[in-house]
Design a protein around this ligand. Structure first.
Ligand code: NAI
Length: 210
């Protein structure tokens, strides 16, 4: 499938579609109408049709969507089989939790190295990987050419590390550092994650519910 430009709000919904379609597959449901899918997902049927039209439609009048086909197509768009080599910096509580509990491969990436500046952590295990000291980073990147990095370090060191990593060939950041990275290169991608934002959304909903 060729590269297509899809709007950011639609891209943000794609992982959720992918996840729901996976659940349908597990339930051995082969096809579904936009109305049924909308009900399951708490969206409107027209929203779903509009979203799927962005990458070609795929629904058939009177048939609905073929669950497996649609999931495959959305998976291709998301790049879930890309196995993008990724490193994680900051083997503290968060970094270790992500390494241990997130299936990177299922989500398009392959975690190939974990690094930390604390010499006491070098050589310890984080999930199935051994934490490496920062002075090995340059050599590691030359040899293994990771394309993406997860930043699980405090905000103070985030920008400097980011600049260094870009020089080492990193072109995408999954940034948990609570710092908005300043990057002039439009080819570098940053996904900032603030779990607190999600919690505040919950707080808002509780605050405004009857
Ligand atoms: P932690 O203190 O357990 O781990 C941080 C690790 O980063 C330490 O092992 C430290 O040695 C290492 N580190 C610090 N600077 C480094 C550098 N320049 N290069 C390499 N390693 C470095 O902290 P924790 O709990 O794992 O949290 C990490 C960061 O993530 C914190 O700044 C925290 O505020 C943030 N955080 C963000 C969340 C989010 O939703 N974005 C959620 C939870 C934490």
């Amino acid at each position: 499938m060729g590269k297509q430009v899809i709007s950011t709000p639609v891209v943000r919904r794609l992982p959720r579609y992918y996840r729901f379609l996976g659940e349908l597959e597990c339930e051995h449901i082969e096809r579904i109408s936009s109305k049924e899918l909308a009900q399951r997902m708490g969206l409107s049927a027209s929203q779903i049709r509009q979203d799927f039209n962005c990458f070609g439609g795929f629904g058939q009048q009177g048939y609905g969507y073929h669950v497996g086909e649609l999931r495959t197509i959305i998976g291709e768009i998301l790049g879930v089989d890309a196995h993008t080599p990724m490193i994680l910096i900051g083997a503290g509580n968060l970094g270790r939790a992500l390494a241990a509990h997130l299936d990177f491969e299922k989500h398009g990436c392959e975690l190939i190295g974990i690094f930390d500046s604390n010499p006491e952590l070098a050589g310890t295990q984080a999930a199935w990987l051994t934490v490496q000291p920062m002075h090995t980073l340059v050599g590691f990147c030359r040899t293994h050419q990771p394309q993406a990095a997860v930043l699980c370090i405090p905000k103070d060191g985030a920008q400097k590390l980011c600049d260094q990593l870009i020089h080492l060939g990193i072109r995408a950041f999954w940034n948990f550092s609570h710092y908005d990275l300043r990057i002039n290169n439009p080819d570098i991608i940053v996904e900032n994650v603030h779990l607190g934002d999600s919690l505040m959304t919950l707080a808002y909903c509780m605050h405004h519910s009857e």
